[in-house]
Design a protein around this ligand. Structure first.
Ligand code: GTP
Ligand code: MG
Length: 320
């Protein structure tokens, strides 16, 4: 686990010898209760950083308060956290990016630990993980369940050992900002970022941060069921897209097993009597085995296409 660094140490240890340009990016939708505190606390920790609030048509005083506290405000017309993050990647140029929610649930004091591995070149993305230190009320029980499920699935499918996939507190470098395509529009964006980082073999580090409740009067934008479903659906789609051989191979295995189950009787018929009496089951078995074969071929084909794309992506990244 990376060690804590002070800002003075950070200034002295940039990989290029120059002071890194840090941008703190805060997606906000109706966060008037907390945006001021978040801007102030990050300004205190990182006095030289650009602090930018990304606003999606907030109907409250978020924009005014953010400006009063000295933050830049960028308006994103497309609603949803995913669209905001795509906008951040497109519009902000910095050496180190810090992404944090505007609801004052993540501590600014830990930002040095978060950015140190990025500044030192030891990690491309550092995630502030919350699971070990949440208070009973800051995580709703179903969210804990959803978080565990997503974490288990991502670790299983992508052979990783991450502890929090959905954290909104992250630091990352220019490589990540330039290399990760963001197509999610909503809260599934963190899952997409993490999976892309794993797929592209970026170095991901984790730093445990305490997580606190939203203060009184501040309202969550997350809908447990619809957003939970979108996260799981995204995971499923990315599994199919990034691991086609495993995905279609599993489907093929399932078809094959069902085919064997269905075709066993007709084969026994043939061995015993020299004739197949259970014709419908024989037809079903043939269909299932053919489907399995089709599925595995599709997996191999998509895997080969993916591989070529990855090569091209690497070459483009090298030139860019
Ligand atoms: N700009 C913008 N920000 C958004 C949008 N939806 C959510 N956010 C911001 O994204 C951050 C995370 O949203 P939250 O509602 O706190 O979601 P969460 O942290 O996953 O859920 P909680 O545990 O309930 O806090 C907050 O700063 C929101 O203001 C949106 O449509 N546009
Ligand atoms: Mg939150």
């Amino acid at each position: 686990m990376p060690q804590t660094s002070t800002s003075a140490e950070l200034e002295a240890t940039t990989s290029t010898g120059t002071k890194p340009r840090i941008a703190v990016l805060i997606p906000c939708y109706n966060e008037e209760a907390t945006v001021g505190v978040v801007v102030d606390s990050f300004r205190k920790e990182l006095p030289d950083a650009r602090i930018i609030v990304f606003n999606n048509r907030s109907k409250d005083a978020t924009v005014r308060i953010a400006r009063e506290h000295g933050a830049e405000v960028i308006h994103e017309p497309r609603p949803g956290k995913g669209n905001v993050i795509a906008g951040m990647f497109e519009s902000v140029d910095a050496d180190v990016y810090v992404m944090v929610d505007g609801d004052d649930t993540y501590p600014a004091e830990n930002v040095h630990e978060l950015i140190a591995p990025v500044v030192d070149g030891m990690a491309d993305m550092v995630v502030g993980t919350r699971l070990q230190e949440f208070t009973d009320t800051s995580f709703r029980p179903l969210h804990v369940l959803g978080n565990n499920l997503v974490r288990w699935l991502v670790n299983f499918i992508f052979r990783a050992k991450l502890t929090d996939i959905l954290s909104g507190y992250r630091a990352y470098n220019r490589r990540v900002a330039a290399g990760i395509p963001v197509v999610s529009s909503g809260f599934e964006v963190e899952t997409e970022m993490t999976i892309n980082a794993l797929y592209l073999r970026y170095e991901i580090a984790e730093v445990v941060v305490p997580y606190r409740e939203r203060p009184e009067g501040s309202v969550s934008k997350l809908n447990t069921f619809s957003d939970g479903f979108r996260v799981l659906w995204k995971l499923f789609s990315l599994f199919r897209a990034y691991k086609p051989l495993a995905f279609f191979g599993l489907l093929a295995l399932l078809c094959l097993l069902l085919g064997i189950w269905s075709g066993w009787g007709p084969v026994v018929d043939y061995i015993r009597h020299g004739y197949v009496y259970r014709v419908p089951r024989a037809v079903l078995a043939t269909g299932l085995v053919l489907l399995g074969a089709g599925s595995v071929f599709l997996g191999i084909l998509l895997h080969a296409v993916n591989w070529r794309f990855k090569e091209i992506q690497n070459l483009v990244a090298r030139r860019g």
